[in-house]
Design a protein around this ligand. Structure first.
Ligand SMILES: Cc1cc2nc3c(=O)[nH]c(=O)nc-3n(C[C@H](O)[C@H](O)[C@H](O)COP(=O)(O)OP(=O)(O)OC[C@H]3O[C@@H](n4cnc5c(N)ncnc54)[C@H](O)[C@@H]3O)c2cc1C
Length: 479
């Protein structure tokens, strides 16, 4: 078929879709197309054939139907932050939620009703207007949709659990186009699967969350130690957090020091250990509780004090801007053994770029009180998540950065516990998905068969019977 004829046919088809929805149908060359297809990880540069920029939830069913009829691979974009870049595909149809940004808060019942294009910063801003919050991640530009569907954890997780532990209900458009409500009462199997099962089961058009009183002022900040003291700092850190109250969270980050104003210029660019401290209470209690941390080593500089919760939620944004190339590998840990600690220090001592880091995220607390079988996310014994964050500027650095990340991951494997966090998994970790869900995988497969038997929703950390997985991979390769 002539190229011109193909273009005309595609245009007619897109016009048909446009007549069925309130939002916009974008194709290559249209204004907004490049912004919509660009995702956080600059390693991903894909060109969908059609982008459906939804103006309302009712746009989703026609978009799914169109993708099915046209044989276009379907991807769903929330905040576009997933490291694997599954929200965009070459030659596919992307459902783009960037215009659906409402958050309705009922402060009396402490509930938030949230559209799928909302970022964490937008969510925090809306709920903090009522001095309320729920656990979400640590970077304000991340999308609430992808974060929630994979599990979600952040500074409030020790006290209030994972993001999914605070999900009350979700409105979902299934592969059939049917609009469903998922909650403990309605389609409870679907609700179970959505809490950790990623985008495998349908398109979520609204989330309903429980909220808790938080802030608006919290006590938080950073304490920076020299890298040569890493062993003593981390050894004391792991002991300290064993008995720390749930209102306190402390993450450890090993990286080169950014040019922070509270650090002497001589420290800028030097390898350091950073303790990121968050206390969801008043400054007097916070100051008392964190006092022991200062004795872990020689503090090179610190900036800890009262601040708005919303400010703290944006504190790491400058280190996590889009436009860089990123490659991650992560493990769960029930404890940080000496072997794990030595491995972290060894690899933090050979960072392949000034933007790379290894972080130890602390989950221990309410997330561990939920039984493994209660939600699709199963790693309820995980007290820490350690993520190696490879990050650099140019494609020529890819090989070094990826090699370093993978080598750390392998070296740390003997000390890790079971399961894996699907929200941190790269595109090359498809084989790890079953292990990520452990004993819950069999039930996830059953529910997948019920709600998406043709595996329409496969651009994700895919839950699928082997045959479907093979087909999806072939489709992806030939796309
Ligand atoms: C800088 C940075 C910091 C992070 N920090 C944290 C953190 O502190 N804690 C944490 O838990 N995670 C964190 N993450 C990981 C984050 O949870 C995942 O990247 C998550 O997928 C982001 O969601 P998104 O909507 O932005 O991503 P997208 O890439 O838009 O979506 C990811 C996938 O989710 C699915 N999806 C998205 N929207 C929908 C929908 N409406 N319906 C159905 N499926 C959908 C699709 O399969 C899609 O491919 C971080 C990520 C980044 C890049």
């Amino acid at each position: 078929m002539e190229a011109r004829e193909m273009t005309t046919r595609r245009k007619v088809k897109s016009d048909t879709l446009q007549s069925r929805i309130k939002g916009e149908v974008l194709g290559p060359g249209d204004a907004g197309y490049d912004d919509a297809r660009r995702v956080w990880n600059a390693m991903i540069d894909r060109h969908p054939t059609v982008i459906v920029r939804c103006a309302e939830a009712a746009d989703v069913a026609p978009a799914i139907a169109f993708a099915r009829q046209s044989g276009l691979e379907l991807s769903i974009r929330g905040g576009g932050h997933h490291i694997a870049g599954h929200s965009v595909s070459d030659g596919g149809l992307m459902i783009d939620f960037s215009r659906l940004k409402n958050v309705w808060v009922d402060s009396r019942t402490r509930r938030a009703y949230v559209q799928p294009g909302v970022t964490l910063g937008e969510f925090d801003g809306a709920v903090q207007a009522h001095a309320l919050a729920t656990p979400v991640g640590i970077n304000s530009t991340t999308g609430i949709a992808g974060l929630t569907l994979g599990g979600g954890f952040g500074w409030l997780t020790r006290e209030y659990g994972m993001t999914i532990d605070n999900l009350v209900a979700a409105d979902v458009v299934a592969a059939s186009g049917e609009a469903l409500r998922a909650s403990e009462q309605d389609h409870p199997d679907l609700f179970w699967a959505l809490r950790g099962g990623g985008g495998n089961f349908g398109v979520v058009t609204q989330f309903e969350f429980k909220l808790h009183p938080v802030g608006p002022s919290v006590f938080a900040g950073l304490m920076v130690f020299p890298f040569r003291e890493a062993k003593q700092v981390l050894t004391q850190y792991r002991e300290f957090v064993e008995s720390a109250p749930a209102k306190l969270n402390v993450w450890a980050v090993l990286r080169q020091a950014p040019p922070l104003p509270f650090l002497p210029p001589a420290v800028h660019g030097a390898e350091v250990v950073v303790l990121a401290v968050f206390f969801a209470g008043n400054a007097r209690d916070g100051e008392r509780i964190i006092q022991p941390l200062r004795r872990f080593g020689n503090v090179l500089g610190e900036h800890v004090g009262p601040m708005l919760y919303t400010q703290w939620q944006q504190a790491f944004d400058p280190l996590l801007t889009p436009g860089f190339r990123n490659y991650w590998k992560s493990h769960n840990f029930t404890q940080i053994s000496d072997g794990a600690l030595d491995t972290i220090i060894e690899f933090a001592g050979k960072l392949p770029s000034p933007h790379c880091e290894i972080f130890v995220g602390l989950l221990a607390g309410a997330a561990n009180d939920v039984p493994s079988a209660a939600t699709a996310y199963s790693a309820r014994d995980a007290k820490f998540v350690i993520n190696v964050h490879g990050r650099w500027e140019n494609a020529e650095q890819d090989d070094d950065g990826i090699r370093w990340s993978r080598a750390f991951f392998q070296a740390a494997t003997p000390y890790a516990s079971s399961g894996a966090y699907v929200n941190f998994m790269t595109d090359d970790e498809g084989e790890r998905v079953a292990a990520a869900y452990g004993a819950n995988y069999a039930r996830l497969l059953e529910i997948k068969q019920r709600y998406d038997p043709e595996n329409i929703f496969h651009l994700n950390q895919n839950i699928s019977v082997p045959q479907q997985a093979r087909r999806s991979r072939t489709q992806r390769r030939s796309a």
